[in-house]
Design a protein around this ligand. Structure first.
Ligand code: HRG
Ligand code: AKG
Ligand code: FE2
Length: 341
């Protein structure tokens, strides 16, 4: 059946009741937590309505600043190249990022949580490199702070949706409250029709939660629902049960006032596979900018299935523990190399 079935649509969830917890909105909050739970079981993807949290002018200003940067001559952009730092923080040229052995048709700036003792000889452990455009750093740092707080709010709502008790949440929270967050500012030129690759090839996100501010271009971000013949393994390197015979790519077109949200592989581990981190890819035929913010675990988090999740998945721990830092490093070191794929 696959492609002829009824259109699949990702759910939209308004986070407003969780922005301010009051006695009177506790049933609304519970409904939101339940909706998050269902979206994560079913899709691993949803729209998060943040219109009561973010003024639309804010990401529009970020887009304007991004345009100003990406319109600079190549040699100006290369002054903050990732190769001058820790091979992760800074600017990457068009086709420098690699996914599934193919160069991606995008350029971007990657910013990570700063570290106290930077050492650029260690991958990921250098310093962020910001454009010198007036206001750029300041505006983007404000955005990071906003998204980081939002990430924590959503994590708490999700923990509630999964049924964690107060003390279980406290334990869980300690694994993410010093999030090793990550932000990308991505410039997409139109993907040529004859290009043997993608704007971003099919992948899963690595950590907890991605909060994507997307430009209006349609059919750009595509989400893989129900299974195909892809040879993808899960976070533990096991064959992924998502990879059956059939599947369908659906468009996750932007909705005004919402960020597109998806869960990363660490949620798959915490939930013992109850929540799936879903494959997605980008085929961007327009020319514009997108800003994903990745709310991730603490760098040193040891991620393992939560007892509450094991209890809901047949009382058997299926997923092995994962050290987030090792997992992240293995991913990032493949992102900029066509070797060893
Ligand atoms: N979730 C993150 N960090 N997204 C960044 C890009 C994903 C594609 C990357 N080349 C890859 O193969 O993973
Ligand atoms: O630009 C997009 O729509 C999504 C980008 C993405 O999936 C990523 O950077 O991980
Ligand atoms: Fe992604």
């Amino acid at each position: 059946m696959g492609l002829t079935e009824a259109p699949l649509r990702l759910p939209t969830i308004d986070i407003a009741p969780h922005l301010e917890a009051t006695q009177s909105n506790s049933s609304e909050r519970a409904a939101v937590s339940k909706a998050l739970h269902e979206a994560c079981v079913e899709y691993g993807f949803f729209y998060l309505d943040i219109s009561k949290y973010v003024d639309p002018g804010e990401p529009e200003e970020l887009t304007r600043l991004a345009r100003e940067f990406f319109f600079l001559p190549q040699e100006e952009k290369d002054k903050i190249s990732i190769t001058l730092q820790d091979n992760a923080r800074g600017y990457q040229r068009l086709k420098e990022n690699v996914t599934n052995g193919k160069a991606d048709n995008h350029e971007g700036i990657d910013i990570y949580r700063p570290v106290g003792n930077p050492d650029k000889s260690k991958t990921l452990w250098g310093e962020n490199q910001w454009p010198t455009i007036p206001g750029f750093r300041e505006k983007y740092e404000q955005w990071v702070e906003k998204m980081r707080k939002l990430g924590m709010i959503v994590m708490e709502a999700m923990a509630d949706g999964l049924g964690l008790k107060e003390d279980e949440w406290k334990e869980f929270r300690s694994q993410v409250e010093d999030s090793f967050w990550y932000m990308r500012i991505i410039g997409y030129p139109p993907l040529p029709n004859d290009y043997d690759g993608f704007s971003v090839g099919a992948h899963k996100d690595y950590g907890c939660l991605t909060l994507l501010y997307a430009d209006p271009t349609r059919s750009a971000l595509q989400v893989f629902l129900h299974r195909s013949g892809h040879t993808v393994t899960d976070v533990n390197g096991l064959p992924d049960e998502q990879d059956g015979e059939e599947g369908v790519w659906i468009d996750a077109d932007p909705i005004p006032g919402c960020v597109v949200c998806n869960i990363g592989s660490m949620w798959e581990v915490w939930s013992n596979g109850l929540y799936k981190s879903t494959l997605h890819r980008v085929i961007h035929r327009g020319a514009n900018y997108r800003i994903p913010f990745f709310f991730e675990p603490n760098f040193d988090a040891n991620v393992k299935p939560l007892p509450a999740a094991i209890a809901q998945t047949g009382d058997v721990q299926v997923y092995k523990p994962v050290e987030y830092s090792k997992f992240l490093l293995s991913k990032v070191s493949y992102n900029f190399s066509l070797e060893g794929m």
